[in-house]
Design a protein around this ligand. Structure first.
Ligand code: AMP
Ligand code: FE
Ligand code: FE
Ligand code: ZN
Length: 289
């Protein structure tokens, strides 16, 4: 009874593999999801779908449902806003062009940050490359890993709190589209957009009521309100706005393997919300393992 099995077990709609800044390969991630007792896992690497094929094979082997997704980088002035996108067409030309542009900008930006850090610390671009898999979406976590390997930080979190913190003076933003355009691109590619961790420090202004209304009108599906980095007060306010605008609420771990303390299944999404998400997703199919 494949249908009855589809949504058995907890649903975690946000996890990263080594295709971006997770520490496990897509197959290892899906295996970890099975071991953690999850029924459904979404693979949401930053600005890339390169892990979908491998994760799909693993999902069938591990009998886990896979929702193919991505965490799309968007930006409003200096605020970085992450947009989770599910079940879109990975070959959609307009979306693909924007993803490619963001990944290229991330690479240039990381190289420039490493040049600046390298003036004060023993660190080279080769050190960073040694921490990435070929073709991976490069981010500060890879610079963090290189700093750890060089003995300049104890772990990723320590590197983020110190050398990679914007206050340290090495931080640099990278190009990313406006959230409104990103939502339009995702919907046009048949996908379903959800704002990731919308109640974290620094993005409060971005999700105030009038802007959120514009994003809803452009096709925003939901808000990831159950996430360890959301702060209580803005989360409560966004629950009210979600109800007002008819947005769905999701919960997820944002698992990065050993790269972050977040554990698979620490927050979950209701089966009714996943059902609705699958109805609206028209660009690709879930993999029912
Ligand atoms: P970037 O997009 O390159 O600026 O890097 C931000 C990414 O770093 C986020 O998507 C997180 O996955 C990761 N990150 C942020 N803070 C931490 C932390 N304290 N420890 C580990 N990873 C982090
Ligand atoms: Fe990440
Ligand atoms: Fe994020
Ligand atoms: Zn994430």
């Amino acid at each position: 009874m494949a249908v009855a099995r589809q949504f058995q077990g907890p649903i975690d709609l946000h996890a990263h593999s080594s295709v971006s800044d997770g520490t496990e390969t897509p197959a290892e991630l899906v295996r970890a999801a099975a071991v953690a007792g999850l029924g459904t896992i979404a693979l949401t690497d930053h600005d890339s779908t390169a892990g979908w094929a491998e994760a799909s094979v693993a999902a069938r082997a591990e009998r886990v449902t896979l929702i193919p997704g991505m965490e799309f980088s968007t930006r409003v002035q200096y605020a970085s806003v992450h947009l989770l996108a599910y079940l879109f067409d990975p070959a959609d030309p307009a979306l693909l062009a924007e993803m490619t542009r963001v990944r290229a900008a991330r690479l240039t930006r990381a190289e420039q940050m490493v040049v600046r850090i390298g003036a004060d610390y023993d660190l080279s671009w080769d050190d960073v490359l040694a921490q990435t898999t070929p073709g991976a979406t490069v981010g500060r976590p890879h610079i963090a890993d290189a700093l750890v390997a060089r003995g300049h930080a104890l772990n990723r979190s320590a590197a983020f709190a110190d050398i990679l913190h914007w206050k340290a003076g090495y931080f640099q933003p990278h190009y990313a589209p406006d959230p409104l355009r990103a939502i339009e691109l995702v919907r046009a590619a048949g996908g379903v957009p959800v704002i990731a961790h919308p109640a974290t420090r620094g993005i409060g202004d971005v999700v105030e009521e009038s802007r959120l209304k514009t994003l809803v009108e452009a096709g925003l599906f939901g808000l990831e309100l159950e996430h360890r980095e959301n702060m209580p007060e803005p989360t409560a306010r966004l629950y009210e706005l979600a109800a007002k605008f008819g947005l769905f609420v999701t919960g997820s771990s944002d698992y990065h393997g050993t790269g972050k303390p977040n554990r698979l299944g620490e927050n979950t999404t209701a089966p009714e919300v996943l059902e609705r998400l699958i109805i609206e997703g028209r660009g690709s199919e879930p993999v029912y393992g």
